[in-house]
Design a binder for this molecule. Sequence first.
Ligand code: UDX
Length: 487
Amino acid sequence: MENKTEYVVLFPFMAQGHFIPFLALAQILDRNRYTVVFVNTPLNIKNLRKSFPPSSSSIKFAEIPFDTSDHGLQHENTDSLPYNLIPRFVEATPSLKLPFRNLLSDLIDIHGGEKPICVISDFFFGWATDVAHAFGVFHLIFSCTGGFGMACYYSMWMNLPHRFCDGDEFLLPDFPEAGRIHVTQVTPAMSMAGENDPLTIFLQKNFVSWTNSDGLLLNTVEELDKLGLMYFRRKLGFPVWAIGPLLLSEEDRSKTGRQSTINSKQCIQWLDKKDPKSVLYISFGSQNTIPAPQMMKLAKALNSSSRNFIWVIRPPLGFDINSEFVEEEWLPEGFLQNIHEQDKGLVISKWAPQVEILAHKSVAAFISHCGWNSVLETVKYGVPVIGWPIGADQLYNAKFLVEQAKVCVELGRGVDFEVTQEEIVVKIELVMGENGEGIRRKACEIKEMIRDAIRDEENFRGSSVKAVEEIFIAALLRKEKIIAETK
Ligand code: UDX
């Protein structure tokens, strides 16, 4: 596809976990010779512009204003936003509709009347469908979350089945194939859902507006995520494409605003000294952390386990995750010194080079909150998971990993569960010990599956490669049709 004159507008939600796959998508489009206009709010664009200067990248950035003061916030992204305020931040985003309309109009003017071939907006920005269509532009929703997890999340919010459930478990009325959902898989936000709840109103309206779009892109792999893809194909009645895994290289990720707080060379050198498949990696994503009592139990479990580990540590729930870590308060006495003396663990404050860690041959398992980027990264490198989902789609991603992909044991759910240090050690051994053979084998099989999906060779084109091609054939056909109709 040699077509650098066509341009595509990308508009992600303002969070690290959304920037990463959108930037990876931008790189794919760039390689396919489309010009990419990456839209976001001024502060985020300022950071991204610094990191992707015009000299090194052909991605163009465009700013739109975002006023969150009506919602009592002063943030432009979720980086420093307490977890409980994220819903309010999400609810403020429809105010971007008018500025986005103005921006699209300006872009078309700047391009001499030429419209973008496609607008791809975040799954939270269903309203962008109407904006794109008002200009006669093809529109796609991009879900940076996988098929199964997103399908459960969508169905839960649209149907609120937990409100009609007396027992501990229930089925999703339009997605019974997902199996039973346990009440512990209902997030606190979902348990407050109802007609007058602002988040319910926002999400239901958002999901309804998806149906006007021209298609849905999911950051997943066709062969891996069949059930979730089947749900959306059945539900939405328009094309649904699996184009993942969309992941950024470590170098590009460090440009998205978060830098590792450890020199990644040091981290790799530490891993190099360890035996193959001997290290447990622990991280709760870009914006999550666990409560102080659970943190203490986890530290004690790591102390008593014989396994090496790397732990990305942040202040516990209720504290600013970007503030200093107070060892004396949140870890057992002498914990850091002990593990340092035994050379058993590496504790990284705040931000680690996660992809390099997961790609390293010494890493055997991942205690993860099951954010979808982390899931894709871990399955890409064949590393099985000990699931510790905290909220949102993470609970359903963990369900997917346990029941569908079969590469995970679940340790706990949400922030309120009770766990003992012994239970943590048992779960670690279920994956890293002798009995984990099956899970580890399955993780290796999925690694191959993913490798195939993104293979682009003369004699073999993976499913994700073909899907990206199909999208732009569809977009071009639509554009040609509209031009023909207006002649
Ligand atoms: C958010 C939501 O929490 C999640 O439910 C949804 O699926 C995606 O958006 P987040 O919590 O940020 O995701 O987790 P995740 O999706 O795993 O993304 C985190 C990204 O940051 C990953 O790419 C991970 O590699 C990176 N990361 C995180 C680091 O590079 N270093 C770290 O120390 C922590």
